[in-house]
Design a protein around this ligand. Structure first.
Ligand code: NAD
Length: 692
């Protein structure tokens, strides 16, 4: 049962009971419609209260139903709303907490609304690439005015109900039990003669509605360049004062359906669901005994170590930060303090919170100080002999059951685990830089890592607000293994005739937060160089990154040295095309007898993104990633891939695997390294998709 019906003192109370957030799936829509009809035909009932059980009044449409036959099954939400609106007995919404999307549209179709303070109120469809599809763009401006409605709808902002107390949205703010007060209110309203007020009959208020829309259009064009939904929201809002209600409603509905079937909304919804799916261990079954994590240690107080420590301090967990000497630990402490102080300055953190966090931090140059910690994260230099000796030492001092994690970016977690007598407790926790900011955390599963340790790692990730994705062991794990191929293709483009700034522009126009060369300059070209030198030594057949190597040989490490692929003014991050880099590239072309060719932006994007896709397919095939959507989550949260494209694997699905395969085959005719992975061949043959 998705709704519940009872009568209290001549008031019918319809309660939505569809956990977790009372989503408006088909059964709920039917339940509400039947409840209203039942109340209408019961002569003892004089008025109706509509409410939700549990955590929400209603969180809105049931997104799992989208693009399924159920979403089209009658009654649709608009149908339910018109049944409510046309009731001659007054219908009162009792909003005790969340009323979002369709949930708020439902409340707005009621004749009256009573709300508790602190209820979250929003029409946030735009965040999923949609617009409110059941009258939200028409009723909200009529109730709270055009400008306030526009701000809520176009940005999807959620507002606390008490801030809307005088907006016209609510007829009464409850002081106690909102359902009880709504029942009392409904009894009063029943005494009034019909018809009861309907939002649709109100007039949209604004002194200069056309002007407001024009200004908003300019702002939306600048801010949401690649997103169609905010523009459609404005069209619908414009219709709220230009067209009769029902015509405007039809326009809103058409826009909703078009957006829902478009690739941007599909991508945004995929991004939302991929983050949720990634949080579930693919082979977890039954009850898993999770380990309690109350004290954390971080070994290595450098760039990563101090950032990693901040995550736990911010979440209220005590941290011991260890390094080789007082100077190194104090440097770590100072960097943490400075970071928090910057947040205080920006008024993002209260000074008392800074104090509290710093009190949770203990620093030490003695490794035995980690002995009482439940989770120990190693972040020393990326050097295998050092990692092995560190883990051997940790094995000696850590208490039984402690989780021993490495933040290595490229080294073999199995080998690290084997240096201890407890490989089941060893795991990779690969944070991204800056570790206190970046949302992504790759949880690396060693051959022997226990399921309890994995589950605990996922729970810890949630506590510190990270998006965790499971990865198997391989060089670079999911994200960096793929980015290595992408960077290689970026280099190749330059070797063949493109300039770094053109490659970056093409990638950025596609939507990447930063092109590959700007990204390398930010991360430090020396980091990739060190990894390449190791790989050249391990496997001399590895492709050489000659231009990048030459750049590093002359000390151009990027932003930190003021020069890299680009030039930088002292203390500035703005990348300026570099005559020095250009000369280096041209010298390379000349030396190798290359006549530089021209690339279109589309060709550049195809090579860069398909490089990710082909390696992603190999990663899937090898079981390094459990799901294509996990790879997408890695790229969306760790590599600045545009959310509105859903991630590289979803993007490939959007292009069509058949087409991806064909394009790669054609590139492979002159360069066999483009041979599509067997998984791509199979999916193309079946006309299937990564995220099928
Ligand atoms: P870093 O050079 O900034 O810091 C390393 C710290 O380890 C130094 O403070 C050093 O004194 C300390 N150290 C060395 N030996 C030690 C020992 N025996 N005991 C205790 N401390 C010791 O390096 P980083 O950039 O923070 O990288 C640390 C790890 O994180 C590496 O494995 C690296 O691959 C990984 N990582 C780095 C990045 C990045 O972007 N920098 C991103 C993800 C992962």
């Amino acid at each position: 049962m998705s709704t519940h019906y009872k009568v209290v003192d001549n008031v019918a109370v319809i309660t939505i009971t569809n956990p977790p957030v009372n989503g408006l799936g088909h059964a709920v829509r039917l339940g509400i419609a039947e409840g209203i009809e039942r109340a209408k035909s019961d002569p003892t009932v004089a008025s109706i209260v509509l409410t939700g059980e549990g955590k929400a009044f209603s969180g809105g449409a049931d997104m799992r139903e989208f693009n399924s036959p159920k979403s089209g099954m009658e009654p649709g939400l608009n149908g339910v709303l018109s049944i409510i609106e046309s009731s001659s007995k007054p219908v009162v919404a009792a909003v005790h907490s969340v009323a979002m999307g369709g949930g708020l549209e439902l409340a707005m179709a009621c004749h009256y609304r009573v709300a508790a303070p602190k209820a979250r109120i929003a029409l946030s469809e735009v965040t999923m690439g949609l617009l409110p599809g059941a009258g939200g763009t028409q009723r909200l401006p009529r109730l709270i005015g055009l400008e306030s409605a526009l701000n809520m709808i176009v940005h999807g902002t959620s507002i606390s109900s008490e801030k809307l107390a005088d907006s016209g949205l609510f007829d009464r703010m409850a002081e106690g039990d909102v359902v009880q007060e709504a029942i009392e209110f409904a009894k009063e309203m029943a005494k009034r003669s019909a018809p009861h007020p309907r939002a649709r009959d109100k007039v949209v208020q604004h002194v200069n509605p056309e002007g407001l829309i024009a200004v908003a259009r300019a702002a939306v064009d600048a801010r949401y360049k690649n997103l169609p939904a905010p523009k459609r929201c404005l069209d619908a809002l414009e219709a709220s004062f230009k067209l009769p209600f029902d015509e405007a409603l039809a326009l809103e509905r058409r826009s909703f359906l078009e957006l829902m079937n478009g690739s941007v909304s599909k991508s945004l919804r995929h991004a939302f669901f991929s983050e949720r799916a990634a949080a579930k261990l693919p082979d977890a079954s039954g009850e898993i005994q999770e380990r309690a994590i109350e004290r954390v240690a971080v070994v290595g107080a450098g760039l990563m170590g101090s950032g990693i420590a901040m995550n736990f301090l911010s979440a209220g967990l005590p941290v011991v930060l260890v390094d080789v000497n007082d100077e190194a630990v104090n440097k770590g402490r100072r960097s943490i303090q400075a970071n928090y102080e910057a947040s205080v300055k920006k008024a993002k953190l209260a000074p008392e919170a800074l104090e509290k966090r710093m009190q949770l931090l203990q620093t030490s140059s003695d490794l035995t100080s980690v002995s009482q910690c439940d989770l120990i994260i190693e972040a020393v230099y990326e050097d295998m002999p050092l990692k092995l000796s560190t883990f051997r030492a940790l094995d000696e001092v850590a208490k039984p059951g402690a989780i021993l994690a490495s933040n290595t970016s490229t080294l073999d977690v199995n080998q690290i685990a084997a240096s201890t007598k407890r490989p089941q407790d060893v795991i990779g926790l690969h944070f991204f830089s800056p570790a206190n900011v970046m949302k992504l955390l790759e949880i690396v599963r060693g051959e022997k890592t226990s399921i309890e340790v994995l589950q605990t790692a996922f729970n810890i990730a949630r506590r510190i607000g990270k998006v965790a994705v499971l990865s198997g062991v391989c060089d670079g794990f999911i994200g960096n293994r793929m980015i290595a191929k992408y960077s290689r293709r970026a280099q190749e483009l330059v070797e063949q005739g493109a300039l770094p700034e053109q490659v970056d522009r093409a990638a950025e126009e596609f939507g990447m937060a930063m092109g590959p060369f700007r990204m390398a300059d930010l991360a430090g070209n020396d980091i990739g160089w060190a990894i390449r030198k190791r790989r050249y030594a391990e496997d001399p057949s590895q492709p050489r990154f000659e231009i990048a190597d030459r750049l590093c040989e002359s000390g151009n490490f990027g932003q930190k040295t003021g020069s890299g692929w680009y030039d930088y003014e002292p203390g500035q991050r703005k990348a300026k095309p570099s005559a020095r880099t250009r000369a280096l590239i041209e010298a390379y072309w000349k030396e190798k007898g290359i006549s530089p060719r021209k690339f279109s932006n589309a060709e550049i994007v195809e090579r860069l993104i398909f490089a990710l896709v082909n390696e992603g397919a190999a990663i899937l095939e090898e079981g390094i990633a459990a799901r294509a959507s996990d790879i997408d989550a890695v790229y969306l949260h760790g590599y600045g891939f545009p959310t509105w494209r859903g991630g590289p694997m979803f993007y490939a699905d959007t292009v069509g695997i058949f087409n991806v395969n064909r394009a790669m085959r054609s590139l492979a005719q002159s360069d066999s390294s483009w041979t599509p992975s067997p998984l791509i061949e199979r999916l193309a043959a079946k006309n299937s998709a990564f995220n099928a």
